[in-house]
Design a protein. Structure first.
Length: 79
């Protein structure tokens, strides 16, 4: 996987003034996977993303920004 930045079960994150060129999701906010994420129960929260330039690799069908796919611990307060 060639994601750019993956805050996972993280708090008080600032992603700012970045240029990202990826072959997958540029910023993917996550919080645990399956039973492991539920047992830890650590959400990703208070995440701010601003002034980010995203360039996808040619032929890439991924998203610039995603929330989820692995979020058993929960996600809240993403700006």
């Amino acid at each position: 996987n060639t994601d750019g930045i993956n805050p996972d079960s993280s708090r008080h994150v600032l992603i700012e003034d970045c240029y990202l060129q990826t072959g997958d999701d540029s910023v993917a906010v996550k919080s645990g996977w399956d039973c492991f994420g539920r047992s830890e129960g650590r959400p990703s929260e208070n995440i701010t993303i601003r002034r980010v330039v995203v360039k996808q690799t040619f032929g890439c069908n991924a998203a610039g920004f995603t929330i989820g796919s692995e979020m058993s611990g929960g996600v809240r307060d993403v700006l």
